[in-house]
Design a binder for this molecule. Structure first.
Ligand code: HEM
Ligand SMILES: *[C@@H]1O[C@H](CO)[C@@H](O)[C@H](O)[C@H]1NC(C)=O
Ligand SMILES: *[C@@H]1O[C@H](CO)[C@@H](O)[C@H](O)[C@H]1NC(C)=O
Ligand SMILES: *[C@@H]1O[C@H](CO)[C@@H](O)[C@H](O)[C@H]1NC(C)=O
Ligand SMILES: *[C@@H]1O[C@H](CO)[C@@H](O)[C@H](O)[C@H]1NC(C)=O
Ligand SMILES: *[C@@H]1O[C@H](CO)[C@@H](O)[C@H](O)[C@H]1NC(C)=O
Length: 629
């Protein structure tokens, strides 16, 4: 008896070893056929169960000669895309394959390869299993593929038009003015050390996304509700929790987004029972937030039934109208899909834009000459006209060609919120692509990582100069917005790809860069991805960010605070040389903190680094009005 059990067990073990081995051998053969450099790793970085056994296989792996593991081992670490970026591809090849028994993965920072992959949605679909966590509120445009995705994309993309972009522009102006008065303080003078830039940019972008997603008017503590507000919306804007809630809408949203990783990973029934402060807060936020979402859905359904017209931008309202309105024919979304899509817009559009604003503000404080040049552009564009009177249609193109957009673009280049875009080859069919004139056949079912953070620092595609900050051979790792005006290395564009998608899947279809500016080669600049599955919110995100930057820098300057090194009175007595020295210290520290950014869901500086800044009226600067670097 014991013997037969033992025999059976050995047979099972032997069989699974045999299966793993044959799978591995066929993976290896397929990888070899590509002609690309390939590396064997003990376990796929996407295999979470496998990762738990690191302690067994890592030491075994390291018994092999160094060249087999030394460079490639980083792909088994968290966050290598941003940390290693282009450097690792220099060592391993601009497109390289890693093979584990369970999976073949292609990582690439080759623009030509990336461009082909993003241009053929059906041959290179999304590995939807990587997004499953995002579907717990309902299936949506991010988590689906194939026919289901087409339906979601078609319905959701209706909100992303130029009319709404103009509304977002104005709301962004209003909200940024709210932020500015917050920063100026009750005496309206500014010149106070602000240690909450992260919190404040998050709040700013949350207010704007609240408008984009739900048509809400969210308030800064110093503001009051406008008298003409729709009474139904009041309960979402008040600071006190409305009846039936323990948190107000904004807090429930902010806290849900802040704790999104916990909320996505821990099932709700477990979460509700855990005793920790953090999990309790997360659960409370989620319960409130879901409650608000359902109430919102029903309010909107009532609106539709009463024949109320749409006002302003309001993605959720628009989704309800397509499913419940008179025009609701053909494919419609279920209630859970409406909530799923509304929620995913918040996830996609909140932290991404907040991080870019945060970084751009800090980099402008780090780089006084750039800040002055940007203000000069703003003076030319707007003079001292009231931002409330800025006209979207006539100013958006010049703004997009100005240093304001160049700063935004450069931040998106150097710290892209999404550092790696996952794709895959369809199972059952190898796919051929061209890389530097050679045909490469990527095996069926290969997992693909388009390494945004690396290609955007690949000197092959970008004009560069020796680094002024570190003395490095090139300035790819530095934030240099002027780069967007270095047209000498103008790249190829618009080359035709055989079999590329031709259908219009909604979203902004305008050009990526205007003609007189540096135009990155296709596939080399993909902060919003590209092709049919590119970011739906791209235009809106750009519009809100340039509007916010314009409002701040038209009348104010942002300086690093130097309190750590000198008091205000000490600064007052300093010579320019001494001031420059003290500012240099603040710049050094701020640059170190920025370098330590890591990416969790999106790229951000996790941990408790605080870079203090001061908002001052133009003309009252202590540093940035004259510092040379
Ligand atoms: C700086 C801001 C933003 C960045 C860098 C960004 C980046 C991206 C990227 C890289 C993708 C592709 C993801 C993938 O393929 O895995 C994406 C998709 C998407 N983004 Fe954004 N995004 C931003 C802002 C927004 C905003 C404001 C919204 C909505 C209001 C939004 C809505 C979406 C949606 C719906 C998708 C899925 C599109 C589809 O799969 O068809 N994004 N975004
Ligand atoms: C993950 O790794 C474990 C252990 O190494 C293995 O048994 C399992 O088949 C792997 N799963 C996948 C999906 O590759
Ligand atoms: C911005 O504020 C102004 C004045 O308070 C108002 O007239 C305008 O409608 C607001 N815009 C948006 C998009 O809320
Ligand atoms: C920044 O990028 C956007 C879109 O990617 C483009 O429209 C704009 O012209 C760029 N601006 C500059 C100054 O490079
Ligand atoms: C924004 O900058 C601050 C520095 O004041 C930093 O602490 C924070 O982590 C940054 N936030 C993001 C989202 O990058
Ligand atoms: C900023 O405020 C401090 C006191 O808080 C004052 O000494 C200093 O002169 C102010 N600077 C300017 C430019 O107003």
């Amino acid at each position: 008896m014991a013997l037969s059990v033992l025999l059976l067990l050995s047979a099972v073990v032997a069989y699974s070893i045999y299966r793993t081995l044959t799978r591995f051998i066929s993976n290896l053969a397929a990888a070899k056929r590509t002609g690309l450099p390939y590396y064997v790793i003990p376990c796929s970085p996407f295999n979470w169960t496998g990762q738990a056994f690191r302690f067994i296989y890592m030491p075994l792996w390291k018994l092999f000669p160094r060249r087999h593991w030394e460079n490639v081992q980083v792909v088994l670490t968290a966050d290598w895309h941003y940390r290693e970026n282009h450097r690792i591809f220099e060592k391993l090849g601009d497109s390289f394959i890693v093979i584990s028994p369970g999976q073949v993965i292609l990582y690439t920072e080759n623009a030509e390869v990336i461009h082909q992959i993003t241009s053929k949605r059906e041959q290179f679909p999304k590995p939807t299993e990587s997004y499953k966590l995002l579907s717990q509120y309902g299936e949506n445009v991010v988590t689906t593929e194939g026919a289901e995705w087409r339906m979601h994309r078609k319905i959701t993309s209706a909100s992303f038009n130029e009319k709404n972009a103009a509304l977002v522009f104005h709301e962004s102006i209003n909200q940024t003015q709210g932020l500015v008065s917050q920063w100026l303080g009750p005496d309206d003078k500014g010149n106070k050390t602000i240690k909450t830039i992260e919190h404040d940019t998050m709040a700013l972008m949350l207010h704007i996304i609240g408008y984009i997603g739900f048509g809400l008017k969210l308030l800064w503590p110093v503001e009051e509700l406008p008298p003409d507000i729709d009474p139904k919306l009041v309960k979402y804007s008040t600071l006190h929790p409305p009846a039936g809630h323990t948190m107000n809408f904004v807090d429930s949203l902010a806290k849900s987004l802040e704790n999104i990783i916990i909320l996505l990973i821990v099932p709700r029934w477990i979460l509700n029972r855990l005793p920790f402060k953090k999990t309790k807060e997360a659960a409370e936020a989620q319960n409130n937030c879901m409650g608000f979402m359902h109430e919102f859905l029903h309010d909107k359904i009532d609106d539709v039934n009463q024949g109320n017209k749409e006002v302003g931008m309001d993605i959720m309202g628009q989704l309800v109208r397509t499913s419940y309105g008179e025009k609701a024919k053909g494919a419609t979304l279920t209630d859970s899909e409406i909530i799923g899509n509304a929620f995913v817009m918040l996830v996609a559009g909140h932290e991404t834009t907040a991080n870019i604003m945060n970084f751009t503000l800090l980099e402008l404080a780090n780089n006084p000459p750039v800040q002055r040049a940007l203000q000069k552009d703003l003076d030319n564009l707007f003079g001292d006209t009231d931002p409330q009177k800025w006209d979207y249609e006539s100013c958006i193109n010049p703004l997009m060609a100005s240093l304001v957009a160049a700063c935004m673009n450069e931040t998106l280049r150097i710290v892209p919120p999404v550092v790696d875009i996952p794709k895959r080859v369809t199972p059952g069919q190898d796919q051929a692509i061209v890389r530097d004139g050679e045909k490469v056949v990527i095996p069926q079912d290969t997992f693909i990582g388009l390494t945004v953070a690396a290609v955007q620092r690949n000197p092959r595609y970008w004009p560069s100069k020796p680094s002024k900050i570190t003395g490095a051979e090139n300035d790819m790792d530095d934030w240099v917005p002027e780069r967007w005006y270095r047209t000498e290395a103008t790249a190829s564009d618009g080359d035709c790809i055989e079999g590329a998608d031709t259908e219009d899947f909604g979203g902004f279809a305008g050009p990526d860069t205007s003609a007189q500016l540096f135009r990155p080669a296709q596939g080399s600049y993909i902060p919003f991805s590209a092709g049919a599955r590119s970011c739906l919110g791209r235009r809106i995100a750009q519009v809100e960010m340039v509007a916010a930057l314009s409002v701040i820098f038209q009348k104010y300057s942002l300086e690093l605070a130097v309190d750590e090194w000198a008091s205000d009175d000490e600064v007052k007595l300093m010579s320019r040389e001494q001031k420059a020295k003290v500012y240099k210290k603040a710049q050094g520290k701020s640059r170190e903190d920025i370098k330590s950014a890591t990416s969790l869901l999106t790229l951000k500086m996790h941990g408790s680094k605080v870079i203090p800044v001061r908002l001052v009226k133009r003309g009252e600067e202590r540093f940035v009005s004259w510092l040379e670097s």
